[in-house]
Design a protein around this ligand. Structure first.
Ligand code: PLP
Length: 279
């Protein structure tokens, strides 16, 4: 069964009808979240709801209902689709109105749509690691908002794939921010470094989890900027994200990181992540 949540109804995909005037379609005028589902349960839902509330507030899209209500709907969606392992994608646009840049009339209803995606965990890439390339971060200055405007991310990701790499590491004048759909971390002298959670990166839920696990494991971490040079001389590097979990980066721009194999600190964090999921 592939039931979608559309506004407050559960419908087969074919019956979901979205207006061509939807502002998500014209302007990418909307916000979204991607939740992980492990063993039939939403992973870290509170963090996602907090981020959703912030994204919606900052772009001034009213949430169609309370977060408690939304949680009920998403839980029902997972159950209705019998989803055990995968993701839930959810987006809310500013609604449908004739194309014009100003906000639509106040009676315009935001449009909420959510669906389940049955996907396996990225076990082999987590085990073996992936390669990456670097590219200019040409995005706007509110990367902390999870909005539908993802063209720069899409272009960057495709650039990486075209080069035969698995992910792209974005930088602003040599200072690394994050990746096209994940946060980025390096290990130097046994300590973890990641970009501060400011307006230049998405405040990843997995990033928060990784930092919490690092704290529990007595791994010293710094939310501090670092450069491509720092990365190239790092012992380890990895990305974190809802779909990639904790995936090692073994080479960047054709240059090996550390030993060119997933390193011990990354492995420790992966193991702790695994325990959290199964605990
Ligand atoms: N950074 C960007 C640009 C992303 O798109 C994502 C997730 O899609 C992340 C980081 C990781 O965030 P999360 O851990 O909440 O999935």
């Amino acid at each position: 069964m592939n039931l979608y949540l559309y506004q407050n109804q559960f419908l087969p995909k074919e019956q979901v009808s979205i207006s061509p005037d939807d502002r998500g379609y014209y302007f990418g005028d909307g916000v979204y979240e991607v939740f992980r589902v492990y063993n039939g349960n939403l992973f870290e839902p509170e963090g996602h709801y907090r981020r959703l509330e912030k994204s919606a507030r900052e772009v001034r899209i009213p949430l169609p209902y309370s977060l408690e209500r939304l949680h009920q709907y998403l839980t029902e969606l997972i159950q209705a689709n019998h989803l055990q392992e995968g993701t839930v994608y959810m987006q809310i646009t500013r609604g449908a109105a004739p194309r014009a840049h100003p906000f639509p009339p106040t009676h315009t209803e935001p449009v909420l749509m959510a669906f389940c995606n049955e996907i396996a965990r990225p076990k082999s890439t987590m085990e073996q690691g992936i390669t990456a390339i670097t590219a200019d971060d040409i995005r706007w200055l509110r990367c902390d908002l999870k909005t539908l405007n993802l063209l720069a991310n899409v272009m960057a990701k495709q650039h990486a794939l075209d080069q035969g790499a698995g992910e792209v590491i974005l930088h602003r004048n040599g200072t690394i921010t994050e990746c096209s759909a994940s946060n980025f971390m390096i290990i130097k002298e046994g300590e973890l470094f990641t970009h501060p959670a400011n307006n230049l990166i998405l405040h990843g839920i997995t990033r928060e989890v990784v930092l919490r696990l690092a704290r529990n494991l007595d791994i010293v971490y710094h939310e501090r900027t670092f450069t491509i040079e720092d990365l190239l001389s790092a012992e380890e590097a990895f990305i974190s994200g809802t779909t990639v979990e904790v995936t090692p980066i073994i080479s960047v721009d054709g240059r090996r990181i550390g030993t060119g194999r997933p390193g011990p600190v990354t492995r420790k964090l992966q193991q702790a992540f695994e325990q959290l999921i199964n605990g």
